[in-house]
Design a protein around this ligand. Structure first.
Ligand code: DX5
Ligand code: ZN
Length: 209
């Protein structure tokens, strides 16, 4: 299991120190939650913060904003992977964007109430699929089991059709829910509270694997 710590839960008053602590662990990614106060009822940061982060990890940016395609290039400049929400754009716009994305690493995410089959037309183009296991907007919420069947479906489709996307889950991840996700084929867990609200980040990351 690969791990992507969500900086939403870090102490922003000690940003440099927190990023350094994450860089000293063996996690693979760093998860960056961008919120606009419209798509979700919370506002966080934008590409300016990401640009100045200085982490060695793979930047896994999660856009929880309306009309993400109008600003996605700015995020691609400062990120390795950029994931946006299926619910935030018209499907025809998403499809034409994905068909012409070239080697940009793009993910799509679905909220708990969105059916996984709604992703079907896009799966062949995606580099990552992010299954939300909480209602997006805030850290510290309880994992919703509804994510497990979606992960299982995505894993089956990936194997059957030879798709290349990574399967990631986000929300309410701890050592127990991570294990459940791993059993059904999840490849990356995002975790905020479980990592940053403890002293030893490496130990928490080990528990998630
Ligand atoms: C929620 C964010 C998550 C959040 C996860 O909208 O997308 O990435 O930081 O936080 P925890 O791990 O605390 O549920
Ligand atoms: Zn996220």
């Amino acid at each position: 299991m690969k791990v992507s710590p969500s900086i939403l839960a870090m102490d922003f008053s000690k940003k440099e120190e927190e990023i350094l602590k994450i860089d000293q662990t063996d996690c693979e990614y760093i998860h960056l939650d961008v919120m606009d106060g419209i798509f979700v009822p919370n506002v966080t940061f934008d590409y300016n913060l990401i640009k100045d982060l200085n982490s060695k990890k793979i930047y896994d940016t999660h856009l929880m904003i309306e009309k993400p395609l109008s600003v996605i290039n700015k995020y691609l400049e400062v990120s390795d992977y950029v994931t946006f929400h299926l619910e935030a754009e018209a499907k025809e716009n998403i499809l034409s964007f994905l068909k012409n994305k070239g080697n940009k690493k793009i993910g799509l995410s679905i909220k708990p109430n969105t059916k996984v089959e709604e992703l079907n037309d896009f799966l062949e183009y995606l580099d990552l699929v992010l299954v939300m296991s909480v209602e997006p907007g805030f850290g510290g919420q309880k994992f919703m089991d509804i994510a497990l069947d979606k992960i299982k479906y995505l894993k089956e489709q990936k194997t059957k059709k030879g798709y290349h996307y990574l399967i990631e889950v986000d929300g309410g991840i701890n050592h127990e829910t991570s294990k459940l996700c791993k059993e059904v084929g999840c490849e990356i867990v995002v975790a905020g509270t479980y990592i940053f609200k403890h002293q030893n980040y490496q130990e928490q990351i080990n528990n998630l694997r």
